[in-house]
Design a protein around this ligand. Sequence first.
Ligand code: NAD
Ligand code: APR
Ligand code: ZN
Length: 243
Amino acid sequence: KNKDMVMAARWLLGSERTVILSGAGMSTESNIPDFRSSSGWWKQIDPRTVATVEALDSHYDLFQEFYATRMKALNQIEPHEGHRILAKWEENDLVQLIGTQNVDGLHFAAGSLNVQELHGSIRSIRCHDCGKEGSTEAFTSHETCSLCGGRWRPDVVLFGEMLPQEAWETTLEAIEHANLVIVIGTSMEVYPANQLPAMTSGKTVYINAETAETGAGFDLVIEGKAKKTLQNINELIEIGRRR
Ligand code: NAD
Ligand code: APR
Ligand code: ZN
C-alpha cells in the first residue's frame, strides 16, 4: 500500500511532463454524486432520458429539471483538499495539465489554471438553437432564448455530441508527450475520454475507489479515495522536495 504511494511520489518528482485525467470520482468528496458507482446518478436515472440531444429534443422539461437540479446544487459545493493539492502541484511544476470529464468547475475553483474541460461546463449556458450565451438564472427559471426564442442548455457534452475540439486536442497532445499520466476517479466507461490513457508512452497510474477491472493495463494501480490518496502522496512529495 505505502510502497505504491512512494512509487507515485517518486514518479511525480522525476517526471518533466505529468498530465492528470480526472472523472466524477474526483468530486464525490465534494458531495457531487458520480454516475456509475452505487450512489451514482445513473443508478437513479437512465442517462439516455436526460444526457442526450434526443432527450433535450423530445422532453425538454425533464432535461431542464435534471440540469437545473445539478446547477442549484453547485452553489453550496466547494473543492476539497485533493483539488487543492493538484493546484499546488501545478504551481510547483509537478503537474502540466489536467484533462477533466467533470463539468463542475472544481479544479478551477481550487486554483488549477491549465484545466481542459473535455465534457464542457455546467457553469455556462448557451442557446441550443442559435448558440447565444445565456445565464444560469435564465435556464433555471425556464426562460427561452432572448434572441431566437430557442431552448437554453448547459455547455456540457451530451451523449452522442462531439467533445470540444480545442480541449480534446490540447489534452491529447499533452498525453502523447507526457512521461506520466495519473487517472483519478473515472470508471473509464465513456468514449472517447477513456481512450486517452492508452495514448501515452509514459508511465500510467490509476487511482480509483474501485479498481477491479478498470485498473488493468496501468503501470500502477492504487485503490483508494481521491482525497486521502492525494494527501498521502503529497506528504511524500513534501519530504522529497525538502531533500
Ligand atoms: P458513447 O460511448 O457512444 O459516446 C458517444 C458519444 O458520447 C461520443 O461522441 C462522445 O463525444 C460523447 N461523450 C463522451 N463523453 C461524454 C459524456 N461525458 N457525456 C456525454 N456524452 C459524452 O456513449 P454510449 O456508448 O451511449 O455510452 C458510453 C459509455 O457510457 C458506455 O460504455 C456505456 O456503457 C456507458 N453508459 C452507461 C449508461 C448507464 O450506466 N446506464 C448509459 C449510457 C452509457
Ligand atoms: N475516490 C476515488 N474514486 C472514486 C471516488 C472517490 N472518492 N468516488 C467514486 N469513485 C470512482 C467510482 O468507483 C467510479 O469508478 O470514480 C469512478 C466514477 O466513474 P463514473 O461515475 O463513471 O464517472 P466518470 O467516469 O467521470 O463518467 C464519465 O460519463 O455520463 C458521463 O458525462 C458523464 O463525464 C461523465 C462520463
Ligand atoms: Zn437562441
